[in-house]
Write a protein that binds this ligand. Structure first.
Ligand SMILES: *Cc1c(COP(=O)(O)O)cnc(C)c1O
Length: 349
Protein backbone atom coordinates (compact mmCIF):
# COMPACT_ATOMS: atom_id res chain seq x y z
CA UNK A 1 0.00 0.00 0.00
CA UNK A 2 2.84 2.32 0.83
CA UNK A 3 4.61 1.93 -2.49
CA UNK A 4 1.60 1.86 -4.81
CA UNK A 5 0.26 4.93 -6.57
CA UNK A 6 -3.21 5.80 -5.24
CA UNK A 7 -6.02 3.90 -7.03
CA UNK A 8 -8.56 5.57 -9.33
CA UNK A 9 -12.03 5.74 -7.85
CA UNK A 10 -14.60 4.19 -10.18
CA UNK A 11 -18.20 5.42 -9.89
CA UNK A 12 -19.72 3.32 -12.63
CA UNK A 13 -18.76 1.18 -15.59
CA UNK A 14 -20.37 0.48 -18.90
CA UNK A 15 -19.18 -1.36 -22.02
CA UNK A 16 -15.42 -0.85 -22.21
CA UNK A 17 -15.45 2.28 -20.07
CA UNK A 18 -14.83 3.03 -16.43
CA UNK A 19 -16.24 6.35 -15.21
CA UNK A 20 -14.23 7.95 -12.43
CA UNK A 21 -15.34 10.23 -9.61
CA UNK A 22 -13.83 13.26 -11.38
CA UNK A 23 -15.82 12.54 -14.54
CA UNK A 24 -12.86 11.13 -16.45
CA UNK A 25 -13.40 7.97 -18.49
CA UNK A 26 -10.89 5.16 -18.89
CA UNK A 27 -10.90 2.36 -21.45
CA UNK A 28 -10.32 -0.89 -19.60
CA UNK A 29 -8.17 -2.85 -22.02
CA UNK A 30 -7.53 -5.62 -19.49
CA UNK A 31 -11.26 -6.36 -18.87
CA UNK A 32 -10.77 -6.46 -15.10
CA UNK A 33 -8.19 -9.24 -15.32
CA UNK A 34 -9.73 -10.76 -18.45
CA UNK A 35 -13.13 -11.59 -16.99
CA UNK A 36 -15.50 -8.88 -18.33
CA UNK A 37 -16.02 -10.49 -21.73
CA UNK A 38 -19.31 -8.80 -22.73
CA UNK A 39 -18.36 -5.42 -21.29
CA UNK A 40 -19.37 -3.80 -18.02
CA UNK A 41 -23.01 -3.67 -16.86
CA UNK A 42 -24.32 -5.76 -19.71
CA UNK A 43 -28.12 -5.27 -19.56
CA UNK A 44 -28.94 -9.00 -19.94
CA UNK A 45 -26.63 -10.00 -17.11
CA UNK A 46 -27.69 -7.12 -14.88
CA UNK A 47 -31.37 -7.96 -15.30
CA UNK A 48 -30.76 -11.68 -14.70
CA UNK A 49 -29.01 -10.83 -11.43
CA UNK A 50 -31.66 -8.37 -10.24
CA UNK A 51 -34.49 -10.68 -11.20
CA UNK A 52 -32.86 -13.49 -9.23
CA UNK A 53 -32.11 -11.20 -6.27
CA UNK A 54 -35.82 -10.47 -5.95
CA UNK A 55 -36.61 -14.21 -5.76
CA UNK A 56 -33.73 -15.65 -3.75
CA UNK A 57 -30.24 -14.24 -3.59
CA UNK A 58 -28.74 -17.21 -1.84
CA UNK A 59 -29.42 -20.60 -0.33
CA UNK A 60 -26.83 -23.18 0.68
CA UNK A 61 -26.29 -25.97 -1.84
CA UNK A 62 -26.19 -28.57 0.96
CA UNK A 63 -29.23 -30.81 1.15
CA UNK A 64 -30.90 -28.24 -1.12
CA UNK A 65 -30.80 -27.52 -4.81
CA UNK A 66 -32.28 -24.91 -7.13
CA UNK A 67 -33.13 -24.32 -10.71
CA UNK A 68 -30.34 -21.85 -11.63
CA UNK A 69 -27.64 -24.28 -10.38
CA UNK A 70 -29.20 -27.24 -12.19
CA UNK A 71 -29.66 -25.30 -15.41
CA UNK A 72 -26.13 -23.94 -15.30
CA UNK A 73 -24.67 -27.41 -14.69
CA UNK A 74 -26.44 -28.76 -17.76
CA UNK A 75 -25.41 -25.76 -19.86
CA UNK A 76 -21.79 -26.31 -18.86
CA UNK A 77 -22.07 -29.99 -19.68
CA UNK A 78 -23.42 -29.01 -23.10
CA UNK A 79 -20.81 -26.41 -24.06
CA UNK A 80 -17.63 -27.98 -22.65
CA UNK A 81 -15.75 -30.46 -24.86
CA UNK A 82 -16.21 -34.24 -24.86
CA UNK A 83 -17.93 -35.95 -21.97
CA UNK A 84 -17.07 -33.38 -19.28
CA UNK A 85 -20.30 -33.59 -17.35
CA UNK A 86 -20.13 -33.45 -13.55
CA UNK A 87 -19.99 -29.91 -12.24
CA UNK A 88 -18.78 -28.71 -8.83
CA UNK A 89 -19.42 -25.02 -8.17
CA UNK A 90 -16.96 -22.85 -6.23
CA UNK A 91 -16.69 -19.15 -5.61
CA UNK A 92 -13.37 -18.21 -7.26
CA UNK A 93 -10.82 -19.60 -9.66
CA UNK A 94 -8.42 -20.45 -6.84
CA UNK A 95 -11.10 -22.44 -5.03
CA UNK A 96 -11.97 -24.16 -8.31
CA UNK A 97 -8.32 -25.23 -8.60
CA UNK A 98 -8.25 -26.42 -4.97
CA UNK A 99 -11.28 -28.59 -5.70
CA UNK A 100 -9.64 -30.02 -8.84
CA UNK A 101 -6.49 -30.91 -6.86
CA UNK A 102 -8.49 -32.58 -4.08
CA UNK A 103 -10.54 -34.41 -6.68
CA UNK A 104 -7.41 -35.78 -8.36
CA UNK A 105 -5.78 -36.82 -5.07
CA UNK A 106 -8.93 -38.56 -3.85
CA UNK A 107 -9.53 -40.12 -7.28
CA UNK A 108 -6.23 -41.95 -6.76
CA UNK A 109 -6.74 -42.78 -3.09
CA UNK A 110 -10.29 -44.07 -3.65
CA UNK A 111 -8.66 -46.61 -5.96
CA UNK A 112 -6.17 -47.56 -3.26
CA UNK A 113 -3.25 -45.52 -4.63
CA UNK A 114 -2.72 -43.45 -1.50
CA UNK A 115 0.87 -42.56 -2.41
CA UNK A 116 -0.13 -40.96 -5.69
CA UNK A 117 -0.74 -37.61 -4.08
CA UNK A 118 1.53 -35.25 -6.00
CA UNK A 119 0.47 -32.92 -8.77
CA UNK A 120 2.80 -32.12 -11.68
CA UNK A 121 2.76 -28.53 -12.94
CA UNK A 122 4.57 -26.43 -15.52
CA UNK A 123 7.28 -23.91 -14.86
CA UNK A 124 5.77 -20.47 -15.47
CA UNK A 125 2.29 -21.60 -14.38
CA UNK A 126 -0.25 -19.60 -12.40
CA UNK A 127 -3.23 -21.34 -10.82
CA UNK A 128 -4.30 -19.04 -7.99
CA UNK A 129 -3.27 -17.53 -4.69
CA UNK A 130 -4.51 -19.97 -2.04
CA UNK A 131 -1.92 -22.33 -0.53
CA UNK A 132 -2.90 -25.44 -2.50
CA UNK A 133 -3.09 -23.51 -5.77
CA UNK A 134 0.25 -21.86 -4.97
CA UNK A 135 1.87 -25.27 -4.72
CA UNK A 136 1.29 -25.71 -8.47
CA UNK A 137 2.32 -22.17 -9.43
CA UNK A 138 5.78 -21.27 -10.66
CA UNK A 139 7.87 -21.28 -7.47
CA UNK A 140 9.91 -18.22 -8.41
CA UNK A 141 7.35 -15.87 -9.93
CA UNK A 142 5.43 -13.27 -7.95
CA UNK A 143 5.31 -13.50 -4.18
CA UNK A 144 5.26 -17.26 -4.01
CA UNK A 145 8.96 -17.60 -3.30
CA UNK A 146 8.39 -16.11 0.15
CA UNK A 147 6.17 -19.07 1.03
CA UNK A 148 8.46 -21.73 -0.39
CA UNK A 149 8.99 -23.49 2.93
CA UNK A 150 5.25 -23.74 3.66
CA UNK A 151 3.85 -24.71 0.29
CA UNK A 152 3.36 -28.47 -0.32
CA UNK A 153 6.15 -29.77 -2.57
CA UNK A 154 4.81 -30.92 -5.93
CA UNK A 155 6.46 -32.11 -9.16
CA UNK A 156 7.73 -29.26 -11.33
CA UNK A 157 7.92 -29.82 -15.10
CA UNK A 158 9.95 -27.62 -17.46
CA UNK A 159 8.31 -24.75 -19.30
CA UNK A 160 7.10 -25.63 -22.81
CA UNK A 161 8.99 -23.95 -25.64
CA UNK A 162 7.44 -20.70 -26.80
CA UNK A 163 4.95 -21.06 -29.67
CA UNK A 164 6.69 -21.12 -33.03
CA UNK A 165 10.19 -21.81 -31.73
CA UNK A 166 10.09 -25.60 -32.22
CA UNK A 167 11.50 -28.22 -29.89
CA UNK A 168 8.08 -29.69 -29.06
CA UNK A 169 9.16 -33.32 -29.47
CA UNK A 170 12.26 -32.93 -27.32
CA UNK A 171 10.15 -31.20 -24.69
CA UNK A 172 7.54 -33.95 -24.65
CA UNK A 173 10.23 -36.63 -24.34
CA UNK A 174 11.58 -34.82 -21.32
CA UNK A 175 8.11 -34.56 -19.74
CA UNK A 176 7.41 -38.21 -20.43
CA UNK A 177 10.64 -39.28 -18.80
CA UNK A 178 10.04 -37.14 -15.67
CA UNK A 179 6.47 -38.37 -15.32
CA UNK A 180 7.23 -42.05 -15.87
CA UNK A 181 10.06 -41.76 -13.37
CA UNK A 182 7.59 -40.36 -10.81
CA UNK A 183 4.63 -42.47 -11.84
CA UNK A 184 4.00 -43.87 -8.35
CA UNK A 185 3.87 -40.46 -6.71
CA UNK A 186 1.79 -38.45 -9.20
CA UNK A 187 -2.01 -38.41 -9.65
CA UNK A 188 -2.44 -35.49 -12.06
CA UNK A 189 -0.83 -32.94 -14.32
CA UNK A 190 -2.29 -29.43 -14.26
CA UNK A 191 -1.81 -27.05 -17.18
CA UNK A 192 -3.18 -23.80 -18.56
CA UNK A 193 -3.75 -25.06 -22.12
CA UNK A 194 -2.11 -23.03 -24.90
CA UNK A 195 -1.43 -19.92 -22.85
CA UNK A 196 0.07 -19.28 -19.46
CA UNK A 197 -1.89 -16.16 -18.52
CA UNK A 198 -0.48 -14.50 -15.42
CA UNK A 199 2.90 -16.04 -16.32
CA UNK A 200 3.27 -13.43 -19.06
CA UNK A 201 0.62 -14.36 -21.70
CA UNK A 202 3.05 -17.04 -22.78
CA UNK A 203 1.77 -19.04 -25.76
CA UNK A 204 2.86 -22.59 -26.47
CA UNK A 205 1.96 -25.12 -29.11
CA UNK A 206 -1.27 -27.18 -29.23
CA UNK A 207 1.01 -30.13 -30.08
CA UNK A 208 2.32 -29.94 -26.53
CA UNK A 209 -1.16 -29.97 -25.03
CA UNK A 210 -1.93 -33.03 -27.18
CA UNK A 211 1.36 -34.66 -26.22
CA UNK A 212 0.75 -34.13 -22.50
CA UNK A 213 -2.73 -35.64 -22.95
CA UNK A 214 -1.17 -38.69 -24.63
CA UNK A 215 1.48 -39.11 -21.93
CA UNK A 216 -1.17 -38.85 -19.18
CA UNK A 217 -3.26 -41.49 -20.96
CA UNK A 218 -0.29 -43.83 -21.29
CA UNK A 219 0.69 -43.49 -17.64
CA UNK A 220 -2.84 -43.39 -16.20
CA UNK A 221 -2.44 -39.86 -14.84
CA UNK A 222 -5.30 -37.34 -14.84
CA UNK A 223 -5.04 -34.18 -16.91
CA UNK A 224 -6.47 -31.02 -15.33
CA UNK A 225 -6.94 -28.06 -17.69
CA UNK A 226 -7.18 -24.81 -15.81
CA UNK A 227 -9.20 -22.70 -18.25
CA UNK A 228 -9.96 -19.96 -15.74
CA UNK A 229 -8.19 -17.48 -18.05
CA UNK A 230 -8.51 -19.20 -21.45
CA UNK A 231 -12.15 -20.30 -21.21
CA UNK A 232 -15.11 -18.58 -22.91
CA UNK A 233 -13.48 -17.50 -26.13
CA UNK A 234 -10.39 -15.62 -25.03
CA UNK A 235 -8.11 -17.40 -27.51
CA UNK A 236 -10.62 -17.68 -30.35
CA UNK A 237 -12.36 -20.97 -29.52
CA UNK A 238 -14.84 -21.42 -26.70
CA UNK A 239 -12.17 -23.32 -24.74
CA UNK A 240 -8.44 -23.56 -25.41
CA UNK A 241 -8.56 -27.37 -24.96
CA UNK A 242 -11.01 -27.45 -27.84
CA UNK A 243 -8.59 -25.59 -30.06
CA UNK A 244 -6.04 -28.28 -29.18
CA UNK A 245 -8.58 -31.10 -29.75
CA UNK A 246 -8.00 -32.31 -26.21
CA UNK A 247 -10.53 -33.30 -23.56
CA UNK A 248 -9.10 -32.98 -20.04
CA UNK A 249 -10.26 -35.27 -17.24
CA UNK A 250 -11.04 -32.22 -15.11
CA UNK A 251 -11.58 -28.65 -16.32
CA UNK A 252 -11.60 -25.55 -14.14
CA UNK A 253 -13.56 -22.47 -15.19
CA UNK A 254 -13.82 -19.07 -13.51
CA UNK A 255 -13.20 -15.43 -14.41
CA UNK A 256 -15.47 -15.00 -17.50
CA UNK A 257 -17.92 -17.70 -16.34
CA UNK A 258 -20.37 -15.04 -15.15
CA UNK A 259 -19.30 -12.61 -17.86
CA UNK A 260 -17.13 -11.22 -15.09
CA UNK A 261 -20.11 -9.85 -13.17
CA UNK A 262 -19.78 -11.97 -9.97
CA UNK A 263 -17.16 -14.35 -8.59
CA UNK A 264 -17.79 -18.00 -9.39
CA UNK A 265 -15.96 -21.11 -10.56
CA UNK A 266 -16.87 -24.52 -11.89
CA UNK A 267 -14.73 -27.65 -11.63
CA UNK A 268 -16.02 -30.13 -14.19
CA UNK A 269 -15.14 -33.82 -14.29
CA UNK A 270 -15.64 -36.64 -16.75
CA UNK A 271 -17.71 -39.72 -15.82
CA UNK A 272 -14.70 -41.95 -15.05
CA UNK A 273 -13.53 -39.39 -12.47
CA UNK A 274 -17.01 -39.00 -10.97
CA UNK A 275 -17.33 -42.79 -10.91
CA UNK A 276 -14.57 -43.12 -8.31
CA UNK A 277 -16.63 -41.02 -5.88
CA UNK A 278 -19.97 -42.70 -6.54
CA UNK A 279 -20.02 -45.27 -3.79
CA UNK A 280 -21.94 -46.91 -0.96
CA UNK A 281 -19.20 -45.75 1.37
CA UNK A 282 -19.79 -42.13 2.47
CA UNK A 283 -16.07 -41.49 2.96
CA UNK A 284 -15.54 -41.96 -0.77
CA UNK A 285 -17.46 -38.72 -1.37
CA UNK A 286 -15.72 -35.49 -2.29
CA UNK A 287 -15.82 -33.42 0.86
CA UNK A 288 -15.81 -29.78 -0.06
CA UNK A 289 -18.57 -27.30 0.62
CA UNK A 290 -17.98 -23.60 0.14
CA UNK A 291 -20.69 -21.50 1.80
CA UNK A 292 -21.52 -19.69 -1.42
CA UNK A 293 -21.30 -22.78 -3.62
CA UNK A 294 -23.71 -22.46 -6.54
CA UNK A 295 -24.87 -18.99 -5.51
CA UNK A 296 -28.09 -18.32 -7.47
CA UNK A 297 -27.11 -14.77 -8.46
CA UNK A 298 -23.84 -16.06 -9.91
CA UNK A 299 -25.64 -18.96 -11.63
CA UNK A 300 -28.10 -16.56 -13.28
CA UNK A 301 -25.26 -14.26 -14.37
CA UNK A 302 -23.44 -17.26 -15.87
CA UNK A 303 -26.58 -18.48 -17.65
CA UNK A 304 -27.10 -15.01 -19.16
CA UNK A 305 -23.44 -14.83 -20.20
CA UNK A 306 -23.57 -18.27 -21.86
CA UNK A 307 -26.75 -17.24 -23.67
CA UNK A 308 -24.92 -14.18 -25.04
CA UNK A 309 -22.02 -16.36 -26.15
CA UNK A 310 -24.39 -18.71 -27.94
CA UNK A 311 -26.58 -16.23 -29.76
CA UNK A 312 -24.12 -13.46 -30.48
CA UNK A 313 -21.94 -14.98 -33.20
CA UNK A 314 -19.19 -14.39 -30.67
CA UNK A 315 -16.51 -16.61 -32.16
CA UNK A 316 -16.71 -14.70 -35.45
CA UNK A 317 -16.48 -11.44 -33.59
CA UNK A 318 -13.40 -12.70 -31.75
CA UNK A 319 -11.85 -13.58 -35.12
CA UNK A 320 -12.47 -9.96 -36.17
CA UNK A 321 -10.94 -8.70 -32.92
CA UNK A 322 -7.90 -10.88 -33.61
CA UNK A 323 -7.56 -9.29 -37.04
CA UNK A 324 -7.92 -5.78 -35.68
CA UNK A 325 -5.33 -6.49 -32.99
CA UNK A 326 -2.89 -7.31 -35.81
CA UNK A 327 -1.79 -3.67 -35.84
CA UNK A 328 0.06 -4.39 -32.61
CA UNK A 329 2.65 -6.26 -34.68
CA UNK A 330 3.74 -2.85 -36.07
CA UNK A 331 5.10 -2.10 -32.60
CA UNK A 332 7.64 -4.90 -32.84
CA UNK A 333 10.26 -2.61 -34.35
CA UNK A 334 10.05 -0.04 -31.60
CA UNK A 335 12.85 0.19 -29.13
CA UNK A 336 11.94 -1.34 -25.76
CA UNK A 337 9.43 -3.73 -27.35
CA UNK A 338 10.67 -7.27 -26.90
CA UNK A 339 7.73 -9.21 -28.29
CA UNK A 340 4.16 -8.87 -29.55
CA UNK A 341 1.69 -11.74 -29.31
CA UNK A 342 -1.87 -11.89 -30.62
CA UNK A 343 -4.35 -14.77 -30.39
CA UNK A 344 -8.14 -14.44 -30.34
CA UNK A 345 -9.14 -11.57 -28.08
CA UNK A 346 -5.70 -11.46 -26.49
CA UNK A 347 -3.12 -8.94 -27.65
CA UNK A 348 0.02 -8.38 -25.65
CA UNK A 349 3.00 -6.09 -26.18
C1 LIG B 1 -7.01 -15.89 -12.25
C2 LIG B 1 -6.64 -17.31 -12.35
C3 LIG B 1 -6.86 -18.20 -11.28
C4 LIG B 1 -7.38 -17.76 -9.94
O1 LIG B 1 -8.67 -17.25 -10.02
P1 LIG B 1 -9.20 -16.29 -8.84
O2 LIG B 1 -10.64 -16.07 -9.18
O3 LIG B 1 -8.38 -15.04 -8.92
O4 LIG B 1 -9.02 -17.01 -7.55
C5 LIG B 1 -6.55 -19.54 -11.47
N1 LIG B 1 -6.04 -19.98 -12.63
C6 LIG B 1 -5.81 -19.17 -13.68
C7 LIG B 1 -5.26 -19.73 -14.95
C8 LIG B 1 -6.09 -17.80 -13.57
O5 LIG B 1 -5.83 -16.98 -14.60
Amino acid sequence: MKTQSPPFKVMSASGTRLILDNGRQLIDAISSWWCMIHGYSHPDIVSAISDQAAQMSHVMLGGLTHDPAERLASQLEAITPGDLSHVFFGDSGSVGVEIALKMAIQYASNQGYVDRSKIAYLTGAYHGDTLGAMSVCDPEEGMHRLFGRVVIPQLQLPRPPKLGTGGDDAYLNQVESILSHNRDAVCAVIIEPLMQGAGGFYLYSPTIVQGVRRICDTLGILLICDEVATGFGRLGSMFASERCHVVPDIMVLGKALTGGHIGMSATIARPHVFGQFWSDFPDRALMHGPTFMGNPLACRAALASIQLLKEGDVLNRIAQIEQRLGWLYDLRNRTNVVDVRVMGAMGVV
